[in-house]
Design a binder for this molecule. Structure first.
Ligand code: HXC
Length: 259
């Protein structure tokens, strides 16, 4: 598959790296880019050698939002009938292996929402996050009013979505939106380190962590605890559990076969 608006590569045959590549438009997200992104993510997800994925952008912008130019003239009938634009974006949620967002520069509007659809965010110190849709007479449309309050709480989510202001990387880390902040020139090393570490673990255990943590945001505590317990028990049916525990007991490094 050839891509025009993203570039795709692998690291050590274990990590799939997708770089958003519309630099002149600060990686504004249009249909084509999101289709390419969905296709690339699912291709990596289906590749047994790949254990983790990274989505990143340029130094200046992870993504400055949905493409305003292409939205400007749309009517309600256009966007409602086509389920614009997020129909396409929902595909990202069905990726089962972990996806890390490596964010430098602007992550605004749909760009912030895309980062939040990933499993966690590692930010460069120049990263800036925001939901500025209010300034355009609209509201976030790809989960911003739902995932942002879950990540940073109601007060800050309201502040950001109602004023359209940006928050810097340190505020984003303080408020729980990002898991780590690193100097810009260390962003890819740090993210690759995390991704390579994840890709060494049992894929089944890794996917179970992702499913179970996501469940924490979707139901009651009681349901979540039951769900986690069932997955926990199920992993005792895998060879990787035997390998992991045997390696610990015998003081050697575990080699997981994802069986
Ligand atoms: C289309 C965009 C764009 C966007 C920037 N550009 N953001 N084009 N859609 N979202 C383009 C500019 O028009 C400009 O093109 C070029 O990228 C560089 O941008 P500048 O504004 O010149 O750069 P700068 O002064 O550094 O300002 C950066 C910025 C600003 C603060 C990020 O560009 C900005 O505010 N952008 C819009 C952010 C936004 O409102 N995002 C939310 C979109 S709505 P030219 O051709 O002039 O050089 C949204 C809804 C999601 O995301 C709904 C669900 C999917």
């Amino acid at each position: 598959m050839t891509y025009e608006l993203i570039t795709v590569r692998t690291e050590a045959d274990k990590v799939g790296i997708i770089t958003l590549n519309r630099p002149k438009q600060l990686n504004a997200l249009n249909e084509q880019l999101m289709t390419e992104l969905g296709t690339a993510l699912h291709a990596f997800d289906a590749d047994p050698a790949i254990g983790c994925m990274i989505i990143t952008g340029s130094e200046k912008a992870f993504a400055a939002g949905a493409d305003i130019g292409s939205m400007a003239s749309y009517s309600f009938a256009n966007v409602y009938k086509d389920d614009f634009i997020t129909r396409n974006w929902e595909k990202i949620r069905s990726v089962r292996k972990p996806v890390i967002a490596a964010v430098s520069g602007f992550a605004l509007g749909g760009g912030c929402e895309l980062a939040m659809m990933c499993d966690f965010i590692i930010a460069a110190d120049n990263a800036r996050f925001g939901q500025p849709e209010i300034k355009l007479g609209i509201i976030p449309g790809a989960g911003g009013t739902q995932r942002l309050p879950r990540a940073v709480g109601k007060a800050k989510a309201m502040d950001l979505a109602l004023t359209g202001r940006m928050m810097d990387a340190l505020e984003a880390e303080r408020s729980g939106l990002v898991s780590r902040v690193v100097p810009l020139d260390k962003l890819m090393d740090e993210t690759l380190g995390a991704a390579l570490m994840i890709s060494e673990f049992s894929q089944m255990a890794v996917m179970a962590v992702k499913e179970s943590v996501n469940r924490a945001f979707e139901g009651t505590l009681n349901d979540g605890i039951m769900f986690e317990r069932r997955l926990f028990h199920a992993l005792f049916a895998t060879s990787d559990q035997k390998e992991g525990m045997d390696a610990f007991v015998n003081k050697r490094k575990a080699v997981f076969t994802h069986q």
